[in-house]
Design a protein around this ligand. Structure first.
Ligand SMILES: Cc1cc2nc3c(=O)[nH]c(=O)nc-3n(C[C@H](O)[C@H](O)[C@H](O)COP(=O)(O)OP(=O)(O)OC[C@H]3O[C@@H](n4cnc5c(N)ncnc54)[C@H](O)[C@@H]3O)c2cc1C
Length: 554
């Protein structure tokens, strides 16, 4: 394995660590059972014109096997701690739970020296340096002032963290995607698989019939690496390739900004290298990337953090308005859906953005973006401009440059219904996913409360992504295919280098990592199945002998 960055883990190490794979043994153990072809129906419905039945069937058939394989043979372990509904749980074939699983937390001490080069988490997603587990743990943190059990849990978790910091200089309980990257690295190390850091692949080698290896850059030298069985592209898509963004992101095409918390190394190298040997970049998907609303957090060192907004939008007492002060969507829908609505509402405006607005009760109870709930202070966020505040709605409107009368009308109309737990305009709380992200302790509607108690607060949301959806066209074996549909021998793509099987839609928690893991497993099996069948050609001499250790890509 070669890695461009000086650390390993990529976007995966920054992620929530959720995987969407229907019909696993974990689901069965938790009592979730699916009808035959139920998940196929769901993906067909979600992917629309982008539905590729052959690849989807391969994913559904191999996903459960991949999970069993990893859990029985490697350090990679998953849990199904919560009944996480599909993001469009009312659609045909959807499930109310049982398809999304999360990576089990990992003790960093297991990693030994590999810990030093594990990719970092997003600092904006930590509290006192703790990366809060995105399963049950976050629920405890959200209820810390309202439930004795949660307060006890949080006290224990923070105490453990601070003791680890005192003893080891850092927290040792890895969670979410950081645990996934760590578990994968440990599994590779256990099998003596070398992972070469700071070693970008720059081009593929091709003998006219098949891909035979790749050129990597290492210690200032170009090294040709022979791959006897194949090369697997998994360079994380193109979220930082400006040319492709201009070509495929509607708001970037319009000259508006875009903000991605993915690693800057992910510039579409895999897609480019495959195109050079006949691969096809599939732009037919409905959305180019997994959209997520972000806020821009001023950091103490002068840099700007990019904070994804996953759950705050669904909480009671929070709404979003466009730059002209009007609501434009059900804010409790998925992040991908909300950004699509934001893009549509901003097309005639100077920027793609909206304002997330909360009253005092809501921000103190749930926090807002990077602003943490009571008892953590609001002052620093107000002083650095991240958060805007007004004693009245009119004052807040002035702070954020929105017409006061329009904002006042928007909030009055919302409040008129919200006092009864209703949102006739956009239906907050009408969907299982809305309610899952709302506050289950709030009645009658876990997503709806009037914005009644001043002062009022706002922060700006801008469009961002969690990774690419468009990518290389591949077949059911994860082989990269050329324009005529024929497989390019010796070349595979997995993760975000391959076009998403969801057709450009975000239909459940883990729909990038689940297929990523599964197609990685498919690649491994496809290569293993063909080792015996294909006579081995004598290895060609490398263009330049690798400095130091022997290197092979299989
Ligand atoms: C905050 C956040 C939360 C998320 N939560 C989830 C979630 O819970 N579930 C989910 O399914 N998805 C989630 N996602 C999305 C998910 O993390 C990504 O879609 C996924 O990690 C992409 O995996 P990948 O292997 O394709 O790329 P990456 O994990 O980004 O790995 C690609 C690696 O390739 C390296 N590379 C790039 N170019 C080269 C080159 N030329 N040579 C060698 N190496 C190269 C990069 O440095 C990088 O390390 C989340 C994303 C974010 C940002």
């Amino acid at each position: 394995m070669v890695e461009k960055a000086s650390y390993y883990g990529g976007t995966t190490a920054r992620s929530g660590g959720w995987l969407w794979i229907p019909n696993t043994h974990l689901a069965t153990a938790y009592g979730h059972h699916e009808l035959p072809d139920q998940a196929l129906t769901y993906i067909r419905n979600q992917a629309g014109a982008g539905f590729d039945e052959t690849r989807v069937r391969a994913f559904l058939a191999n996903g459960p096997k991949a999970v069993e394989f990893f859990m029985s043979k490697t350090a990679v372990q998953f849990d199904m701690p919560l009944t996480f509904p599909d993001y469009h749980a009312e659609a045909p074939g959807a499930a109310q739970g049982g398809r999304s699983m999360v990576t089990r937390p990992y003790d960093a001490r297991e990693l030994g020296p590999l810990l030093k080069t594990l990719g970092p988490v997003l600092p904006e997603l930590t509290v006192f340096g703790v990366t809060i587990g995105s399963g049950k743990e976050i629920v405890h943190f959200m209820r810390v002032t309202r439930s004795l059990a949660s307060a006890w849990y949080v006290a224990k978790r923070l105490t453990r963290h601070f003791m680890e910091v005192m003893k080891y200089g850092r927290g040792m309980t890895l969670t979410n995607g950081n645990a996934l990257a760590a578990r994968l690295a440990k599994s590779a190390a256990d099998l003596s698989i070398p992972v070469l850091l700071s070693s970008p692949a720059s081009r593929l080698l091709h003998d006219g019939e098949r891909v035979t290896g790749a050129v990597i850059e290492r210690n200032g030298q170009r090294v040709s690496v022979k791959a006897r069985q194949g090369v697997v592209l998994a360079s994380g898509g193109f979220p930082h390739n400006n040319e492709r963004l201009k070509d495929t992101y509607p708001h970037v095409k319009a000259g508006h900004g875009h903000f991605s918390p993915t690693p800057k190394t992910n510039v579409g190298d895999g897609v480019r290298m495959a195109e050079e040997v006949g691969g096809v970049f599939d732009k037919s998907l409905s959305n180019a990337a997994a959209w997520t609303p972000m806020s821009l957090v001023p950091r103490k060192d002068g840099t700007i953090g990019i904070m994804p907004h996953f759950i705050d939008r669904a909480k009671p007492g929070v709404i979003a308005v466009s730059l002209d002060g009007r609501r434009f969507a059900n804010e409790a829908n998925s992040y991908h859906d909300l950004v699509q609505a934001m893009i549509a509402a901003s097309c005639s405006k100077p920027e793609t953005a909206c304002w997330l607005i909360a009253d005092h009760a809501a921000i103190r109870r749930y926090g807002l973006g990077y602003v943490k709930p009571f008892p953590l202070p609001l002052g620093p966020h107000l002083r650095n401009g991240y958060l805007k505040r007004g004693r009245t709605i009119a004052e807040l409107a002035q702070q954020i440059g929105v017409d006061p009368a329009t904002l006042a009308t928007t909030i009055r109309q919302y409040n008129d219904n919200a006092q009864y737990g209703r949102d006739p305009e956009f239906g907050r709380g009408s969907k299982a996913y809305n309610r899952y992200q709302g506050d289950a302790l709030h009645t009658p509607n876990p997503c709806v409360a009037p914005l009644a108690t001043g002062p009022f607060y706002a922060l700006k949301l801008v469009p961002g992504d969690l990774g690419s959806f468009m990518g290389l066209r591949t077949n059911e074996h994860a082989q990269v295919v050329s324009a005529d549909g024929a497989a390019i021998a010796g070349l595979y793509a997995a993760g975000n280098d391959a076009a998403s099987i969801m057709g450009g839609e975000y239909s459940g928690a883990g729909i990038t990592l689940g297929p990523g893991l599964t197609f990685g497993y498919i690649v491994g099996n496809h290569i293993a199945d063909h080792i015996e069948a294909s006579p081995r050609k004598p290895a060609a001499a490398p263009a330049r002998k690798p400095a130091g250790e022997p290197v092979a890509m299989h």
